[in-house]
Design a protein around this ligand. Structure first.
Ligand code: HEC
Length: 155
């Protein structure tokens, strides 16, 4: 191989390596494009704790469903219904957008219905349908929002 070709190959290899190591141009974009809810660290903690309670109750209800224990389903669902003591302080709620509050309200309403129907209809299949409705609401909200810790309150 003559010197000229060696040169060209070296240049081509160099260009390939260079292309592979240089990041795309432009400002760094956040990967998570969901709308941020800007909360204080302790408020984030309260909201996430409520979320983990949601998940824990869904697990309790799923377990009760396997035994068709409708009484237990009603009891568990009620702990997350709209009548349950709201864990989130009004000051924090005031920072949350209306769409968020509507979706959260929907979740509490479905838990209410689940409790009532578990007692009156006592139909596990019906409870399962309501579980599906619930999970759709969980997913819808998770697709829209993320929590960011910061001082700037919305509104
Ligand atoms: C009104 C909006 C909304 C609804 C409804 C909602 N969530 Fe969330 N949830 C959030 C947000 C916001 C986060 C934080 C996401 C983030 O910052 O990445 C979250 C986080 C969570 C987490 C993570 C908790 C942690 O410790 O990190 C769990 C678990 C969770 N949600 C469960 C549920 C379940 C189960 C339901 C339905 C019964 C539900 N959520 C309904 C908004 C919602």
């Amino acid at each position: 191989m003559n010197a000229k070709y060696t040169h060209i190959i070296a240049a081509a290899l160099g260009a390939l390596l260079f292309a592979g190591s240089v990041p795309a141009a432009g400002p760094v974009k956040s990967v998570d494009q969901r709308a941020p809810l800007v909360l204080l660290d302790e408020e984030r903690h309260i909201v996430l704790e409520e979320m983990r309670n949601f998940l824990a109750v869904l697990q309790t209800i799923t377990d009760a469903l396997t035994r068709e224990d409708m009484k237990e389903i009603a009891r568990a669902a009620r702990t997350m219904g709209s009548g349950a003591a709201n864990e989130i302080p009004p000051k924090t709620v005031a920072k949350l957008p209306d769409e968020f509050k509507v979706l959260a309200g929907n979740v509490h309403t479905i838990f209410d219905l689940m409790a009532l129907d578990a007692e009156s209809l006592a139909d596990p299949k019906h409870t399962l349908t309501q579980m599906n409705d619930l999970l759709q609401k969980c997913n819808a909200c998770h697709g829209i929002y993320q929590i960011k810790v910061g001082k700037t309150a919305k509104k």
